[in-house]
Design a protein around this ligand. Structure first.
Ligand SMILES: O=C([O-])CC(=O)C(=O)O
Ligand SMILES: [Mg+2]
Length: 389
């Protein structure tokens, strides 16, 4: 029984808040919510796949409506099917979207494609009647592990936020079961950031570890000055120190920072990931890679990135994606990533877990919901069904 995509819908939604990192504020942040409507019927309901992009890049309605959705809808439906003819082949859909696109220049188009790709994988797993993480594990001949490490990202700057508010925020994450928390640096002086770090460390004590994120703000000199300060603390990681494409800076830092470093959330293709691995001096025994499929051409491309990593001796367990969405939770549980980001208090309803899922000892357990599992998160699913029911 062949399947076809009958519609692709997009709406741009606000995910704004008064927070600020070292580079941007989020007062005008948006996301694209996408529905890929199929003619397949499961449990008496038409199958619709849903996707959205992560925070940090804006909604991509223009590109989706002008180029990527029309290409999917104009493709001969037979050319998008897998070898059984009963389901869509995500790689074929990806190739259709990327027809007439030159290589390189992975700007905003990778976000547009990543958003639709998420919706396609959701539909494909629902048509197969399985959670996406189980479908991925099967296809890659692995054992799925529904228990996934998650850490709490926050610690943003915002107007009037003092040290006690920062401590209270960190305490709130511990109370909710997290054992790794993250805060922003680079949006204040080094002396002020050191005070903030010490306040956070005092609050979490030996109950948790702290990661810090500079959001690509530093030049090499500042990055090294921070490295010398930070290396005195037992941090979980020192994240995105300099410009995401400055691989020489990243490599030079390793000499000054023996602890774990993390980066990659602003690299949007397997070619850029490969350049980081080739030239960025990242160490596969301790460093972390944060590529986020929703921003970087989707899971089809993320699989190519994992292949690149394998070729260069990196385990998927060194990947903890940026973005805090359920798509990366599925990839983590299905393909053995090291875990996933989570923003307990931010970017709702798009981040987080299905209702009733709790964090225990820094881990969640994936429920067995079909597709990505959006149906299990009522506030998010309400937005989705308003777009296409
Ligand atoms: O503040 C942001 O842009 C988000 C970010 O870097 C992260 O979650 O690591
Ligand atoms: Mg970051």
């Amino acid at each position: 029984m062949s399947v076809r995509i009958v519609d692709v819908r997009e709406i741009t939604k606000p995910i704004s808040s008064p927070i600020r990192n070292a580079y941007i504020d989020f007062t005008k942040m948006t996301t694209s919510l996408v529905a890929v409507v199929t003619d397949a019927v499961r449990d008496g309901k038409r199958v619709v796949g849903y996707g959205f992009n992560s925070n940090g890049r804006y909604g991509q309605g223009g590109l989706i409506r002008e180029r990527f959705a029309p290409r999917l809808l104009e493709a001969d439906p037979k050319t998008l099917l897998d070898s059984t003819g009963d389901n869509i082949d995500p790689d074929k859909a990806w190739a259709a979207m990327m027809s007439n696109e030159k290589p390189g220049g992975h700007g905003e188009r990778s976000v547009a494609v990543g958003t639709i790709d998420m919706a396609i994988w959701d539909a494909v797993a629902k048509i197969a009647g399985k959670p996406l993480f189980r479908l991925l594990a099967e296809r890659h001949k692995r054992e799925a592990n529904p228990r996934v490490f998650v850490y709490a990202a926050g610690g943003y700057y915002y107007p009037g936020k003092d040290l006690s508010a920062l401590r209270g925020e960190m305490r709130g994450y511990l109370d909710r079961g997290y054992n790794v928390v993250k805060m922003k640096i680079g949006g204040a002086s080094i002396a002020e950031d050191q005070e903030r770090i010490e306040a956070a460390l005092k609050e979490i004590g030996n109950q948790a570890q702290l990661a810090v994120d500079a959001n690509g703000r530093f030049d090499l000199e500042t990055g090294i000055a921070y490295a010398k300060m930070l290396r005195e603390y037992p941090l979980f990681w020192y994240e995105e120190v300099g410009d995401p494409l400055d691989f020489q800076l990243q490599a030079a830092l390793a000499e000054f920072y023996p602890g774990p470093m993390a980066t990659g959330e602003n690299l949007f293709s397997h070619q850029d990931a490969r350049n980081l691995i080739r030239y960025g001096g990242m160490r596969p025994d301790r460093d972390w890679l944060q590529f986020d499929c929703a921003l970087s051409y989707g899971l089809c491309e993320y699989l190519r990135t994992l292949d690149v990593l394998k070729t260069h001796g990196w385990s998927p367990s060194r990947c903890i994606p940026h973005g805090g969405h359920q798509m990366s939770l599925n990839i983590a549980a299905g393909l053995g990533l090291g875990g996933n980001e989570s923003y307990p208090d931010l970017f709702q309803p798009y981040g987080g877990f299905p209702d009733g899922v709790r964090v225990e000892n820094g881990h969640i357990t994936m429920p067995d919901l079909p597709g990505i599992g959006f149906e299990g998160k009522s506030d998010l699913y309400k937005e989705m069904t308003a777009l296409a029911d």
